[in-house]
Design a protein around this ligand. Structure first.
Ligand code: 5GP
Ligand code: MN
Length: 338
């Protein structure tokens, strides 16, 4: 964050404000971890604050402290609307286009509050008064740590803040193994451990609380894997019927897409997941090296994200979506096999 932004934020926070913190729809560990970490910090410095999620988040993230006080826009709509309509400041975390909050989009677009964006995705929109955007950052949680530090308050980080931010960092770095992990990421994580985050416990709760249903759903996805050697590409799909047969719960497919990339020579991995209720196919894209899945998702599937991890969707059915995807690959053959 530059010194001018720090000055403006210090001025904004110098008086008590009513603050709302909003992560993207279908919040992941970084979205919810950074939101709750910021929420604890704002309360600590005497602000009135609330986290409002556009919709529910996975059960394996509900251990995070502060969870009982999170408002869910879908479930707690009246309370969420009342709080939103009287808020002065709105932090949007882990996304950079207002369209990423689903049903909350028109509400945020019409909000009188001052917006502060903290995010690490590419190509931010310009809806905020303060845009703290850095695509080199491992996670929004690491940026919240920097935000608190820039305000001179790193020494105030409590064990709750530390645990939430640590959860965000391990989620978005795949436990410190993705290319966005820097030495600074490790230093921040180390400091969070010193301040009370228990690395083993947090990671155990996020990554090692599988259900038999989820493991069987994974085996189904792996069985469905198609390997396109000519394009160094692997994709999987899960139909709504397959999800239903395995008693699908939100978050169950988290991480499945990465299995494609563990194959030698595979540089592009994709998973297509049918969502009958929304009438879409939700797609996750992952790559290794220079091939930008952010651009691929942006150009062809109404999405975006990072160079090596992005998401998007299709309004066509599974068969048409996969067919369209396969046809697109020919245009990228050189990039994928170079
Ligand atoms: P995932 O595949 O895990 O859902 O998402 C991978 C990355 O892409 C995350 O950083 C996520 O925020 C972003 N992302 C996922 N879906 C979308 C989408 O529909 N639009 C945009 N702009 N980003 C997305
Ligand atoms: Mn993130």
């Amino acid at each position: 964050m530059n010194s001018e932004d720090v000055k403006v934020i210090k001025a904004l926070l110098s008086k008590p404000k009513r603050i709302v913190i909003v992560p993207h729809k279908n919040p992941d560990g970084d979205a919810i971890g950074s939101s709750l970490g910021l929420w604890y910090y704002l309360k600590l410095i005497g602000q009135e604050a609330r986290v409002i999620v556009p919709n529910d988040y996975p059960r394996f993230l509900k251990f995070l402290p502060g969870t009982p006080e999170v408002l869910n826009f879908e479930r707690d709509n009246a309370a969420a609307m009342e709080y939103l309509n009287s808020s002065d400041l709105c932090f949007t975390l882990d996304f950079n286009q207002l369209g990423r909050v689903g049903q909350m989009t028109p509400i945020l677009e019409g909000l009188g509050a001052t917006f502060i964006m903290i995010d690490h995705h590419q190509a931010p929109d310009s809806y905020a008064k303060i845009t703290y955007s850095d695509t080199k950052m491992s996670s929004t949680a690491e940026m919240i740590y920097n935000f608190i530090s820039s305000l001179g308050d790193a020494n105030k980080i409590t064990s709750e803040i530390a645990e939430c931010l640590y959860a965000g960092i391990v989620t978005d770095t795949g436990s410190f193994k993705y290319s966005s992990t820097s030495s600074k990421t490790h230093q921040v994580a180390a400091d969070l451990i010193d301040k009370g985050a228990n690395s083993f416990e947090v990671q155990n709760k996020i990554f090692d609380t599988n259900t038999p249903d989820r493991l069987k759903l994974l085996s189904c996805a792996l069985k469905n894997m198609v390997i396109l050697k000519n394009y160094n590409t692997a994709y999987m799909s899960l139909s709504q019927a397959e999800l239903d047969a395995h008693n699908y719960k939100k978050g169950d497919t988290e991480g499945f897409v990465n299995y494609g990339l563990t194959l030698q020579d595979i540089r592009f991995a994709v998973i297509f997941i049918e969502n009958k209720e929304e009438g879409i196919i939700k797609i996750s894209f992952r790559s290794e090296g220079e091939f930008s899945v952010n651009e691929f998702a942006r150009n062809h599937f109404h999405g975006g994200g990072h160079t090596n991890a992005a998401g998007g969707k299709s309004d066509n059915n599974m068969e048409e979506t996969v067919k369209h995807f396969e046809a697109l690959l020919e245009n990228y053959k050189e990039q994928l096999t170079r």
